[in-house]
Design a binder for this molecule. Structure first.
Ligand SMILES: Nc1nc2c(ncn2[C@@H]2O[C@H](COP(=O)(O)OP(=O)(O)OP(=O)(O)O)[C@@H](O)[C@H]2O)c(=O)[nH]1
Ligand SMILES: [Mg+2]
Length: 357
């Protein structure tokens, strides 16, 4: 399962977001460095397509896509030199697939810290880049020793040296355009800023994201980085309400899609995760796969037997299934196609795998 690592300055609202996404109750408090332990939990990625297909087939169980979220201690300026809790816990971000920056824009006299999201991002970048610089330098020392006796390691050393100078100039790697050689060299070093990033700006209630702030964040995180904004403390309260009440309140507040939903979707987007469905009376199940996977690989996401014994996939788009009224009716009206193993599955496809083991 894909992992998302939450990073931010202390008191930005990281644990507030984490709890709202995962339903957990890690400590949230108005003083710096509340979080000292790293916590990992699963978050549901809401998907109205699951609801629609499930309702249609009266599925007894609905399975939504999931993603893992990691909450770590807050950073502070100078963390790389030991300020605050230092930066050791950044090691927990080595295995995540993407970074989720939480940038504080809410002002609250009771909660110490600045409400300047762009300045926060700049401060975070300094700390993350310095941490990566230290990792690259350690790796370089090891690789240089190897390269003395094995010349084939020299291109890797050269690539790492070029990465070292990028980081030394203060460029986080998500903003750098890297060559193939540089990317290859990175695979064994696990740098934090080499991961795709998205940002959540934690707004005050009723506030909107200032377009200039939005643009400044995008220009730092790179063109592909989604920026989502919302009042996290309020949203964290909303998710604790019964669904009917929550929907009513959200409508009253003019919130169409919760920030949490948008964060989860944005994470899927940058991770290039797509979703296909299986649906019936037993369950409607969302399965996630990497964009570009073929029908046989997707069958393997359900069960390895289905990939091994793959014969054909019956495929329809979820919209066609919903328009037809059910999977059976979609079949009867010719909306379901037969596809072979090489068919590239689309986001939103409904599949039924024919197999034989
Ligand atoms: N007014 C307001 N307060 C918020 C908001 N989000 C979080 N807070 C408060 O800010 C304080 C810090 O929130 P946390 O979620 O603990 O922040 P954190 O980033 O996890 O902090 P550390 O773990 O200390 O790094 C808590 O008192 C929250 O209730 C918000 O959107 N508006
Ligand atoms: Mg925290």
């Amino acid at each position: 399962m894909e992992k998302l690592g939450i990073v931010g300055l202390t008191n930005a609202g990281k644990s507030t977001l984490f709890n709202a996404l995962t339903g957990l109750d890690t400590p949230v408090a108005p003083h710096p460095f509340t979080t000292t332990e790293t916590t990992v939990a699963e978050a549901v990625v809401p998907d109205p397509r699951v609801d629609a297909l499930g309702e249609l087939h009266r599925s007894r169980k609905l399975v939504y896509p999931h993603i893992q979220v990691v909450d770590i201690a807050g950073l502070t300026s100078g963390a790389s030199h030991g300020a605050g809790l230092g930066n050791r816990f950044l090691g927990h971000l080595r295995e995540v697939d993407a970074l989720l920056f939480v940038l504080r824009a809410f002002a609250d006299a009771k909660v110490p810290g600045d409400a300047d999201p762009v300045a926060s991002l700049e401060a975070l970048e300094v700390e993350l880049t310095l941490a990566d610089l230290a990792s690259v330098e350690a790796a370089l020392e090891r690789r240089r020793k190897v390269a003395r006796t094995s010349p084939q390691a020299r291109p890797e050393v050269a690539a790492l040296e070029s990465i070292q100078s990028l980081l030394a100039e203060g460029t986080p790697l998500y903003r750098a355009s890297l060559s193939e050689d540089q990317r290859a060299a990175l695979r064994s070093v696990f740098l934090v800023t080499a991961k795709p990033a998205l940002a959540v700006v934690n707004l005050e209630e009723d506030a909107e994201l200032d377009p200039q702030v939005d643009a400044a964040i995008r220009s730092r995180l790179g063109d592909r980085a989604p920026v989502v904004a919302g009042p996290l403390a309020l949203e964290a309260e909303l998710v604790r309400l019964p669904p009917a009440e929550r929907i009513e309140l959200m409508a009253g507040l003019g919130i169409e899609l919760s920030t949490l939903d948008r964060v989860a979707r944005a994470a899927f987007e940058i991770l290039e995760r797509w979703t296909f469905f299986t649906t019936g009376e037993k369950d409607t199940h969302a399965w996630t796969f990497h964009r570009g996977a073929n029908a046989q690989a997707c069958a393997g996401v359900i069960h390895s037997d289905l990939a091994r014994g793959f014969i054909r996939a019956e495929v329809a788009t979820w919209r066609d299934v919903v328009a037809a009224g059910s999977w059976a009716k979609a079949k009867a009206t010719g909306k379901v196609r037969l596809e072979g193993r090489d068919y590239l599955v689309n986001d939103g496809d409904v599949l039924e795998i024919r197999f034989n083991v």
